[in-house]
Design a protein around this ligand. Structure first.
Ligand code: GLA
Length: 688
C-alpha cells in the first residue's frame, strides 16, 4: 500500500497544465496595472498555459522589514486564474531588497581576495548567511500561507538560478560554515590533515579553528581544500534551496517544487539537486551565432532528462530571440526558436517557457528579447511565439512520453571540480569541452544518450562512454569493471581514474582502479604544447590529427587500435581495445580530431550493437523517440539551413502538418521539424 507521502509524491510529479506547458517569466511589477489586463488577453492569444511569476518581487511584497504587501500579487494571481493561466510561483528570494543589506551588511558575499560584492545587481547574498536564510524563509512562509489554496498556484519555483552570480563566498561567515561542514565530514582534524595531504608545505592543522576557505594565497592553495570548498559551496546553495523547500512542503505538501538550473553549471551538481526536486527545470540560451549551439544544448537537455531518471522536465527559460548578455547578441533567425523549442521536447521536455513575457522598458535586460517585444504584437517574434503556442496545443498527447537510451555518458561533478584545479600536467583540460567531444559523435549519429553520474545503475545500457573521470571512487571503478565483465562496452578517455575523492593519486600506477578493465597502464602524461598537434595512425592506415593531450600507454592485455604517428610518442598506442569478460573496454589517450572521433565512436557503437533511431540520417538532422500512453513519437529536426529528405522504414504522417498523406520520405526545410506518430520500433543491431 502506498504511504501518504508517496501519494503526495506521485501527485507532485505531474505537470498539471494539460499537454506541453507554454509560457514564460511574468514580471508584472515592472508595469502599471493598466497593462495587466492586456497581458492576460495576449497570453491567451499566444497560447500561454503557465507563467512563472514573482522571481524578483521581494522588494515589492516586503517593502520594509516584516511589512508584507500582497494586495498587488493577489490581483496578479486572480487575473491569471481568471484567464486559466497556471502559475509556477517564485519564492521571490533571488534578489534581496536594499533594506536587508542595509540592516545586515554581513549578508553580502566576498570574493577570494576579500572584496565585498555590493547590492545593485542581484543575487548579492552569501549562501551560508543564516540571516539571509532567516529572512528568506520568513517571506516564503508568508507566501505559501497566502497562496496555498489559490487556484492559479500549480508549482513553486524556489530561488532562481542558484549559483549564477554568487556560486561561492569567502567571507568570515562562510569560513565559519566551512569549518562546521568540515568537522561534520571528517570528525577530527587528523582525518582532514590526511585527506588534504597537509604534510606537504607545512600545512598541518592543529584544530578546525585554523582552517579557512581557499582565499587568495601566494601560490596554489591546497588542492584538497579547494575540492572540499567546491563541495561545500554547492552544499551551501543547496541548503538555501532546502530551507525554502522545507517551508513549502509543510504548508503546501501537494504542490510540486522546482528550481531552474543554468544549463550544466559547474558550481551546482545537478544530479544531487535533482533528487530534491519534483520536476527538474533548466534554462538554456542557444547562441544563434554558434553553428554548433544545438549540440551543446542537446547535451544539457540530456543531462536534465537523466537527472531524474528520464522523467519529463521543463525548459524554464530560453530567449524568444536575442539575449543581452553576450558580446554580440544575434537574434534567432526565423524558425530557429521553434526548432530549438521542439529540440527540448524531442529530448524529453514537457514545458517550453521563456525569459520573459513582456520586454522590459528599463533595467539591465531591456534589450533581452521577450515573447511580447517592445514593438508589440505586430512583430516577427510575437507571431512566431503565437504560432508555436498554437502548434504545441495541437499535440497534447506527447506530454508524459519518455525516451530510452542504450548509451550512457558519465559525468561527475566531483571529478569536474578536481580536474580543473590548478597545478596539473595541463591547465587546458576543460570538462565540458571533453564531454562534448564525446557527445557530438553520438548526437550526430542520431543516438539517444543518457548522461549519468558514475554511481548510477548501468545495467540497462549497452555502451558507457567516460570522456574523462580524473577522480574516481574505487566502488565506481568496480561498477564499470563489472559492467564490461557482464557484456557491456566501455569507452574511457585520457587522464581518467587517476585520483581518489581527496585528489590523492591512486596507488598502483595510473589508472589503478581501471587497469584491470582497460588492460593497460599509463606510465607518463605528455601534454603537447599549446596549439601543437600530433598525428594518429589508425588500423586501416588512415592518419588523423589529435591535440590537447597524450600519454605513454603500456598495454598489458589490451590490443593497440591506433598509434601516435608523430612527435615524441611516435609508434606508441593512442587508442586501445581490451576484450574483457563478455564485453570490451576501449581507451583513448589523446583528443582525436572530430572526424576520427566519429569513426571511432561508430566502431565502438557497432561492437555494442547500438544503432540510430533512423538509419541514413542526413547531416544536421537530429532524430529522437519518445514513447508513452499517448503513443510513440519520432522527432526529426533539421538543424541545417538547406532542405533535406529523410527516408523512413514505412509510410508515416507528420502530426504537425495534419492532413498530409503518409509517406516514406519526409521533406524537412532548413530549421524544419516533423513529429511522426508511429508504432514502429527502433532499429537496433544485434543483441548484447
Ligand atoms: C537568467 C535569469 C533571468 C534572466 C535571463 C536572461 O536565465 O534567470 O532572470 O536574467 O537569464 O537571459
Amino acid at each position: 500500500m502506498q504511504q501518504p507521502d508517496e501519494v503526495a509524491t506521485d501527485a507532485r510529479q505531474r505537470l498539471r497544465p494539460a499537454g506541453i506547458a507554454f509560457g514564460g517569466d511574468y514580471n508584472p511589477e515592472q508595469w502599471p496595472e493598466e497593462v495587466w489586463a492586456e497581458d492576460v488577453a495576449l497570453m491567451k492569444e499566444a497560447g500561454v498555459s503557465l507563467v512563472t511569476a514573482g522571481i524578483f518581487s521581494w522588494a515589492k511584497v516586503e517593502p520594509r522589514p516584516g511589512e508584507f504587501d500582497f494586495a498587488w500579487s493577489d490581483r496578479v494571481m486572480d487575473n491569471l486564474a481568471g484567464a486559466g493561466v497556471a502559475v509556477c510561483l517564485a519564492t521571490m528570494t533571488a534578489s534581496p531588497p536594499p533594506w536587508l543589506s542595509r540592516l545586515h551588511p554581513e549578508i553580502l558575499p566576498e570574493t577570494a581576495d576579500g572584496r565585498r560584492m555590493w547590492p545593485g545587481g542581484r543575487q548579492h547574498y552569501c549562501p551560508s548567511s543564516g540571516v539571509y536564510r532567516r529572512y528568506a524563509t520568513r517571506l516564503v512562509e508568508q507566501l505559501a500561507t497566502r497562496y496555498a489554496d489559490h487556484p492559479a498556484l500549480e508549482m513553486w519555483h524556489i530561488g532562481n538560478e542558484y549559483g549564477c552570480h554568487t556560486p561561492m563566498c569567502w567571507c568570515d561567515g562562510s569560513a565559519a560554515d566551512f569549518r562546521r561542514w568540515l568537522s561534520d565530514r571528517y570528525g577530527d582534524i587528523g582525518a582532514l590533515n590526511d585527506a588534504w595531504s597537509t604534510a606537504f608545505w607545512s600545512q598541518g592543522y592543529d584544530s578546525f579553528d585554523e582552517v579557512l576557505p581557499p582565499r587568495l594565497a601566494p601560490t596554489f592553495p591546497n588542492p584538497g581544500q579547494q575540492l572540499d570548498f567546491a563541495r561545500f559551496s554547492d552544499d551551501a546553495l543547496l541548503q538555501c534551496y532546502l530551507a525554502e523547500k522545507e517551508v513549502l512542503r509543510r504548508i503546501t505538501p501537494d504542490v510540486p517544487v522546482t528550481t531552474n538550473f543554468i544549463g550544466v553549471h559547474k558550481p551546482v551538481d545537478a544530479f544531487r539537486w535533482a533528487a530534491e526536486q519534483d520536476v527538474v527545470s533548466v534554462d538554456v540560451y542557444q547562441d544563434p551565432h554558434d553553428h554548433d549551439t544545438h549540440i551543446a544544448a542537446g547535451f544539457i537537455f540530456d543531462v536534465t532528462r537523466s537527472a531524474r531518471g528520464g522523467r519529463p522536465w521543463m525548459l524554464m527559460e530560453q530567449a524568444p530571440s536575442a539575449v543581452n548578455w553576450r558580446d554580440r547578441n544575434g537574434p534567432k533567425p526565423p524558425g530557429r526558436m521553434r526548432l530549438w523549442s521542439w529540440q527540448a521536447i524531442a529530448q524529453g521536455a514537457d514545458a517550453v517557457l521563456y525569459f520573459q513575457w513582456r520586454q522590459s522598458r528599463g533595467g539591465a535586460e531591456k534589450y533581452h528579447s521577450a515573447m511580447l517585444p517592445h514593438g508589440g504584437t505586430e512583430t516577427r517574434t510575437f507571431r512566431e511565439v503565437r504560432e508555436l503556442g498554437r502548434e504545441l496545443a495541437s499535440v497534447p498527447q506527447i506530454a508524459g512520453a519518455r525516451s530510452t537510451a542504450e548509451v550512457a555518458l558519465v559525468l561527475d561533478w566531483n571529478s569536474w571540480w578536481a580536474l580543473e584545479l590548478d597545478s596539473h600536467p595541463s591547465t587546458a583540460l576543460d570538462q565540458m569541452n571533453i564531454a562534448l567531444a564525446h557527445y557530438r559523435p553520438l548526437f550526430e549519429a542520431g543516438i539517444t544518450c543518457d548522461v549519468v553520474p558514475p554511481d548510477r545503475d548501468l545495467s540497462g545500457y549497452r555502451l558507457v562512454v567516460v570522456p574523462n573521470l580524473y577522480l574516481i571512487r574505487e566502488r565506481d571503478a568496480e561498477r564499470l569493471t563489472d559492467f564490461v565483465r557482464g557484456g557491456g562496452h566501455l569507452l574511457v578517455s585520457f587522464f581518467s581514474g587517476v585520483v581518489d575523492e581527496c585528489d590523492r593519486v591512486h596507488p598502483g600506477g595510473y589508472p589503478a582502479p581501471l587497469r584491470e578493465v582497460l588492460g593497460l597502464h599509463v606510465e607518463e602524461f605528455w601534454p603537447p604544447a599549446e596549439r601543437e598537434t600530433v598525428n594518429v595512425r589508425h588500423r586501416d592506415g588512415t592518419v588523423s590529427g589529435a591535440d590537447l593531450w597524450s600519454e605513454v600507454v603500456v598495454p598489458e592485455s589490451a590490443e593497440t587500435v591506433a598509434v601516435f604517428d608523430s612527435g615524441a610518442l611516435t609508434g606508441q598506442p593512442a587508442v586501445t581495445r581490451h576484450a574483457f569478460g563478455e564485453g570490451s573496454a576501449w581507451y583513448v589517450a589523446t583528443r582525436l580530431a572530430p572526424r576520427a572521433m566519429r569513426n571511432l565512436m561508430d566502431e565502438v557503437r557497432d561492437t555494442a550493437g547500438v544503432g540510430p533511431v533512423v538509419t541514413g540520417l542526413p547531416e544536421q538532422v537530429q532524430a529522437t523517440v519518445r514513447e508513452g500512453d499517448g503513443g510513440r513519437f519520432v522527432f526529426l529536426l533539421n538543424h541545417g539551413r538547406e532542405q533535406v529528405e529523410v527516408g523512413l522504414p514505412e509510410p508515416m504522417s507528420d502530426l504537425l502538418t495534419q492532413g498530409t498523406a503518409p509517406s516514406d520520405r519526409i521533406r524537412l526545410p532548413g530549421a524544419g521539424v516533423a513529429v511522426l506518430s508511429t508504432p514502429w520500433t527502433r532499429h537496433t543491431k544485434g543483441q548484447r
